[in-house]
Design a protein. Sequence first.
Length: 252
Amino acid sequence: MSVTITGARRQTGTGVAGRLNDEWDRLCADGRAATVARWAAAEPALADCRDLGDVQTAVTAGRLAADAVLLALLRLAHDGEPLAGRTVLQLMLGKAIRIAAGQAGRDSRECLEHAAVAALWTVIATYPTERRPVKVAANLAMDTLGIVSRELAHGRTEAPSEPGTLAAVLGAGPGDDGAADLDLAELLAWAVDAGAVSAADAGLLLDIYAPSPGLEGGAAAAERAGLSWPAARQRASRAVRRIALAVQADAA
């Protein structure tokens, strides 16, 4: 799993992402070497880090490295190191903004982005590092989606959600449009075992988001299932929300 903040850093200046990115640039310019040295002494995963730039780079060496660095930062944040939590927030900021984009139309962009960032802060502050030590970035993203989904639920109807909502959480690492940070089939298998969705709904989601080679997803997957695209999207929307809630309940 690759963890970067590429997607979030495209925005600067205005908006919550822009303001956070500008703040992060200032923090990185300073480096916070003394703080990072203290972290490095306390956490083996950060032993080679000399400044915030090194911490940011340390999570690009693969999923195991990313898990170790994120867990180290989360433990530090829980032990009273606010900059460690802020670093996790920055690493996950692109993902939070994409989660907000997946809720487009339910509120203003600014409000949705604020909601997603606030949810991410909550997840960072409460993440169970001992119980969930693997696929940390994916767990943070799914938990954030669960909170945002619940907060918006009071205003929701059963209108279909954007197909990108699940893809925004599962399709790439934080802020990265590339490699997947969570295997969709694995998540869906867990969701079926947990009773969150039926095997039929899981199969439909898999066909929509990750069709077999040579097949098209989306509307073509709906047609193969004998459903209209609006009906399939509505069914997929409900299933995605059930999965998000199940993941959040598991975290709790």
